[in-house]
Ligand binder design. Structure first.
Ligand code: OXD
Length: 309
């Protein structure tokens, strides 16, 4: 029984060590060079280039080391019946909600404006906006979006959420479907994207959608960069329709050196740091799922390949 860790080294090194410690009976290889292809039964990965999967004839399981599985599901040679699992980590959900809240409060309390003033030696007070008048709309009410919505509601923001089916979260107004999306956007001052990336949500935050937000609205994206049509977002900010955006994810990470997000005065860009999943949990879940797959038992956090998450 063997697991192949196929991840960038900053994740691969700790996860490999944790796997070895937790399951001395399982062989764990960090990187394809060392692995014996015929023995690999599970791969932990983030994305898979064409040609990787067919090299492992005994593969039973692909484990994402992350909450999002879009890069894995995009692998052209991922067999239709190959089980894929993802990470569901309450600690990561809380971390992402803290990050989103920090960005929202930075915006509502105009901390970016004060940082600029400090650099210019300028002492000028602005009237802040009451949280109760700042309406939040959360796109996607999965584990992460629900936690984000819950935290906003807990500190007094009016909160709405848009999801495939109504979630009935306390203190969160439900919106569903195309009409529901337009209705929610029309009453959203801070839009938070926590959606999974699927063919339906790819490019969803384009000029048409973002224009439905009221003048001065702000976007926080912790979903995927591909949700946002960046040129449309920047144009709407420059035209004054939107007040700015906090972007933690990008279609290309890192963005190209000449990407305007690096320097745009109304964009807060962070390098996909909202919150990582716990590496302990990644290792434990992969081991548990490999044992389950061998015994024919149901897997933990198996991805619905049709839905794409
Ligand atoms: C992700 C993650 O899916 O960090 O981006 O878990």
């Amino acid at each position: 029984m063997a697991i192949l860790v196929h991840l960038p080294s900053f994740m691969a090194v700790p996860i490999t060590a944790l796997l070895r410690e937790a399951a001395p009976d399982i062989t764990v290889w960090n990187g394809r060079e060392a692995a014996v292809p015929e023995e690999v039964e599970a791969i932990i990965a983030w994305g898979l280039k064409p040609g990787v999967l067919p090299a492992y004839p005994k593969l039973r399981l692909v484990c994402a080391a992350t909450a999002g599985v879009d890069k894995l599901l995009a692998a052209p040679d991922l067999p239709q019946d190959m089980p894929v699992t993802r990470i569901v980590d309450p600690g990561q959900q809380t971390g992402i909600a803290h990050f989103v809240l920090a960005m929202a409060l930075r915006h509502t309390r105009e901390l970016g404006v004060y940082a600029g003033q400090q650099r210019r030696g300028e002492w000028k007070r602005h009237r802040g906006r009451a949280l109760s008048g700042c309406r939040v709309g959360v796109l996607g009410l999965g584990e992460i979006g629900s936690e984000v919505a819950r935290m906003f509601a807990a500190i007094g923001f009016p909160v709405a959420g848009w999801s495939r089916s109504p979630k009935h979260l306390p203190g969160v107004a439900d919106f569903t479907g195309e009409d529901g999306l337009d209705a929610m956007l029309a009453q959203t001052d801070i839009l938070v994207c926590t959606l999974p990336l699927t063919p339906q949500t790819d490019g969803m935050l384009d000029r048409r959608t973002l224009s439905r937000l009221p003048q001065g609205a702000y976007l926080i994206n912790v979903g995927r960069g591909e949700h946002v049509v960046e040129a449309d977002l920047l144009a709407l900010i420059d035209e004054g329709h939107l007040s700015g955006a906090a972007l933690d994810v990008f279609a290309k990470e890192p963005p190209a050196a000449d990407d305007p997000v690096w320097t745009h005065p109304r964009i807060e860009a962070t390098p996909h740091i909202a919150a990582d999943p716990s590496y302990e949990l990644v290792a434990q879940q992969c081991i548990e799922n490999l044992r389950r797959a061998r015994d024919g038992r149901p897997l933990l956090n198996q991805v619905d390949r049709q839905a794409g998450y």
